[in-house]
Design a protein around this ligand. Structure first.
Ligand SMILES: Nc1ncnc2c1ncn2[C@@H]1O[C@H](COP(=O)(O)OP(=O)(O)OP(=O)(O)O)[C@@H](O)[C@H]1O
Ligand SMILES: [Mg+2]
Length: 232
């Protein structure tokens, strides 16, 4: 469904990602693990098209999307939840969801009901400002905002960031449900071992902008092994 080959990108004169490779099949939940500053967000921005690839190729559903901008990629069915969530704190929950739906030109009325099916609490919060939701609720709003476009692939950049541990489990439950019920393919960048172990079928370990290891489901279950890759 998504592949990146020999990917390079960065800022200014420096490259962050180098010779990066990844391939995800439809229906998978795959994680990218890595310590602070190794290039996880840079990877996500390059995959969604907010940062240009300086070299290499990105394919989505058999199509070369390397030269397409973020908006075009979103229209092809790639949803993106940025690190820190990027919700609009002064806008209501309803307007946050509508903003997400702007990507979708085919839809006159957005399917709020489908999103409430996954996140029922949002129904009662429609008039509340986004910034007044709890961290966990904001994470869910950010996911809901991406889901309103009915993406086939969801890119999640550290959704557990700023979410209390008990709610991280809940978040994992939602991601698992979306994968099973909607067949949503998920690429999730994380440092939270619990969440990765809950949702991911396999993982890439990123270090200094490149893949240094690949972990299957069995290897992911070894907390010591995973923690070793995340240790400073
Ligand atoms: N806009 C930017 N301009 C210049 N350098 C940047 C920019 N954004 C990130 N960097 C640098 O690129 C490198 C990778 O950053 P990136 O945000 O991709 O890491 P990360 O793995 O997502 O980290 P974290 O776990 O803290 O979110 C870091 O050295 C960072 O300082
Ligand atoms: Mg990051």
């Amino acid at each position: 469904m998504l592949s990146a080959s020999d990917l390079r990108s960065g800022y200014g004169i420096g490259d962050v990602l180098q010779s990066f490779e990844l391939a995800i099949e439809a229906g998978e939940v795959v994680s990218v693990l890595g310590r602070n500053g190794v290039g996880k967000t840079t990877l996500m921005k390059t995959l969604i098209g907010l940062l240009p690839a300086r070299r290499g190729r990105i394919e989505y559903q058999g199509q070369d999307i390397t030269a397409l901008g973020a908006f075009r990629r979103a229209r092809l069915g790639i949803g993106y939840v940025p690190q820190g969530r990027g919700i609009f704190p002064h806008m209501t929950v309803r307007d946050n969801l509508r903003m997400g739906g702007m990507v979708n030109e085919n839809r006159r009325s957005l399917d709020f009901e489908a999103v409430f099916g996954y996140f029922p609490f949002l129904r009662e919060r429609l008039a509340q400002r986004g910034g007044t939701l709890s961290g966990g609720q904001q994470a869910m709003l950010a996911i809901a905002r991406a889901l309103i476009n009915e993406p086939d692939l969801l890119l999640l950049d550290e959704p557990s960031d700023g979410v209390q541990p008990s709610v991280v489990q809940e978040l994992g439950g939602f991601i698992g449900t979306l994968n099973r019920d909607k067949g949503l393919t998920v690429l999730i960048v994380e440092q939270n071992i619990d969440l990765v172990q809950t949702v991911a079928q396999r993982a890439y370990v990123l270090d200094k902008g490149t893949v240094v290891a690949e972990l299957d489901r069995n290897e992911l279950e070894s907390t010591e092994r995973v923690a070793a890759y995340l240790a400073v």
